[in-house]
Design a protein around this ligand. Structure first.
Ligand code: SF4
Length: 88
């Protein structure tokens, strides 16, 4: 995991309670459907996979704000190995 941020329930709680804040203007890139953020810290029951191996969210239109905005800040990004987003 990058950035020193741990994949913990505490980190998940922080993401959840701060999810109403705006996404950093320094974020660039796009989601490449790796599904890594859907396993923080446990595998989400709504995480599914297409036949091509790409992940998708079974409740995408109504997914929670913290999922919608991940990674909202550089410090939140703990899936940098596979995530299509990065911070300048
Ligand atoms: S970790 Fe990044 S690229 Fe992967 S599903 Fe989440 S937002 Fe998309």
């Amino acid at each position: 995991m990058a950035n020193g941020t741990k994949n913990t329930w505490r980190a998940r709680t922080v993401r959840t309670v701060t999810a109403f804040l705006p996404v950093s203007e320094k974020r660039v890139g796009e989601c490449v459907n790796c599904g890594a953020c859907c396993k923080l810290p446990n595998v989400c029951p709504f995480l599914k996979y297409n036949s091509d191996g790409k992940s998708y969210c079974e409740i995408y239109p109504i997914r929670p704000l913290n999922c919608r905005k991940y990674p909202r800040t550089k410090s939140e990004l703990i899936t940098a190995d596979t995530c299509g987003f990065r911070f300048e």
